[in-house]
Write a protein that binds this ligand. Structure first.
Ligand code: SAM
Ligand code: SF4
Length: 456
């Protein structure tokens, strides 16, 4: 990590020991949220206080997502509305961080069309934030080059969103170049953190009382491919499982092509690894999978599912699906409906295909209308709702271990949490149990959650 000591001291001096108020908002995936926690950590070192109200902020940082166009449009809308804030308070510093800024055409657009923005910061330059801010305080605009640093292994202080759930990025970037996806262009190639750094970080978090550790990577199960045999992802899970303490380990997202039997065995063997696997299939059509460059077939994917289910027939799986990939035919969509019925996922995360400039799929002909895509999406959700309602019934009469997350939205005096299987569980309990593990006897199932009573 670059040395920020002098820059931090100068920033404090410039603010004349007054605590500037910072507003940080992250969009997109958990990696982005984790980056936002690092941005806050660095701002904290500079003496900033945090505010949820952008109107009272001295520093605003929007930490952005580029995976789909609507996420970008939202940010442009918000940045546009911040012009007024800057007019009212010219000393306000506005920075745009994250995946959007790593696309040169977007960085250029911000520079040209949004004069209220003072700097952009790429995903690999977070530790340079104090230098960027200092340059802005000295009057420079857009002085730093995006992507100038690559601090993926830097230990940056974090102000975490939760006191009991922590994300730990273990690798960055992606080598897969799925034809629809912008991630390899904005996050670069795969780089794995050193195993000892990860193990030490997790040990520290457990010591601090964290109950859930979420290991993050765009392609988390290819962890270690660049470490010359030092450690594979299943081995890392086994090492983390040895850490003393009452906590569980989750990880996201796994690519099906790297979802080996060793990985499945590690999940079953390690009692601290949550009993759930998120395995994005994207489509149930081999033709579409080929054009997506996913490097597996439906049959190969099902082999992995069958192996897992041979060890535990009720094992919980979730997935991501893209609807309306260029030239997705009716029969391709039917394949997607078929696979969700065969696998019986507990939950699906489905997205309408979004064209991303610079990707291969952006060049493909797309004769399918938006109306048809919308129709398919509604059908998919309808089928999944039926599957979830039916499938969740397998928990009725069983006891699930749940990490209580917070208050239930609709029921007074109830809490909500997730079970090891990643199922939402609601139950009546005092707020003092938030952040604790509880055993819940499941009494009923809905299509989005199960409910139950705390075991005596
Ligand atoms: N690396 C993970 C994998 O391979 O499954 C996923 C990471 S990606 C940031 C999260 C999800 O966003 C993907 O699984 C995919 O379903 C969706 N996604 C990515 N690019 C998309 C696009 N151009 N349009 C719609 N959805 C997209
Ligand atoms: Fe994107 Fe594919 Fe990499 Fe996932 S594996 S981040 S979908 S390119």
């Amino acid at each position: 990590m670059i040395d920020n000591t002098a820059a931090i001291e100068q920033i404090k001096y410039k603010f004349a020991e007054k605590s500037p108020k910072a507003y940080v908002r992250s969009f997109g995936c958990q990696q982005s949220v984790s980056d936002g926690e690092k941005i806050k950590g660095l701002l904290g070192l500079m003496g900033c206080q945090f505010t949820e109200d952008e109107n009272s902020a001295d520093i605003i940082i929007l930490n952005t997502c580029a995976v789909r166009e609507n996420a970008e449009d939202r940010v442009f809308g918000i940045v546009g509305s911040m012009k007024k804030l800057k007019e009212l308070k010219p000393s306000l510093i506005i920075g745009i961080a994250g995946c959007m800024t790593a696309q040169s055409h977007v960085a250029e657009k911000i520079k040209k069309s949004y004069p209220q923005v003072d700097f952009v910061m790429g995903t690999s330059a977070i530790s340079a934030l104090p230098h960027l801010l200092l340059e802005c305080l000295e009057g420079a605009r857009f002085s730093a080059d995006i992507g100038e640093y690559d601090d993926f292994s830097a230990v940056v202080p974090q102000i975490r969103e939760s006191g009991f759930k922590a994300s730990v990025p273990i690798m960055f970037g992606c080598n897969n170049f799925c034809t629809y996806c912008i991630v390899p262009y904005v996050r670069g190639r795969e780089r794995s953190r050193k195993p000892e750094d990860i193990i030490n970080e997790v040990r520290g978090l457990v010591r601090d009382g964290y109950k859930e550790i979420m290991l993050l990577g765009q392609n988390v199960n290819s962890y270690g491919n660049d470490l010359e045999g030092e450690m594979s992802f299943p081995q890392l899970l086994r090492e983390l499982n040895k850490i003393d303490g009452d906590f569980w380990i989750r990880f996201m997202s796994s690519h099906p092509k790297d979802a080996t039997r060793e990985l499945a065995d590690a999940i079953f063997d390690c009692e601290k690894v949550a009993k759930h696997l998120h395995l994005p299939v994207q489509s149930g059509s081999n033709g579409v999978l080929r054009r997506m460059n996913r490097r597996y077939t439906v049959e190969k994917y099902m082999e992995t599912v069958d192996y897992i289910r041979s060890r535990d027939p009720g094992f919980s799986l979730t997935t991501d699906l893209i609807i309306g990939f260029p030239d997705e035919k009716d029969e391709d969509f039917q394949g997607t409906l078929d696979i969700i019925k065969r696998v019986r996922y507990d939950n699906i995360y489905s997205f309408i295909y979004s064209k991303r400039t610079g990707t291969k799929a952006a060049e493909m002909d797309d004769p399918i209308s938006d109306e048809e895509k919308g129709k398919r999406m509604r059908k998919l959700l309808e089928v999944q709702r039926e599957i979830s309602t039916e499938h969740y019934k397998r928990f009725i009469g069983k006891k699930l271990r749940v990490l209580a997350d917070g208050k239930a939205k609709k029921r007074e005096g109830w809490l909500t949490g997730k079970s090891s299987e990643f199922i939402i569980v609601e139950f009546e309990a005092p707020e003092s149990l938030i952040g604790q593990f509880v055993d819940v006897e499941i009494t009923d199932a809905m299509n989005w959650a199960v409910v139950g009573v705390i075991s005596k």
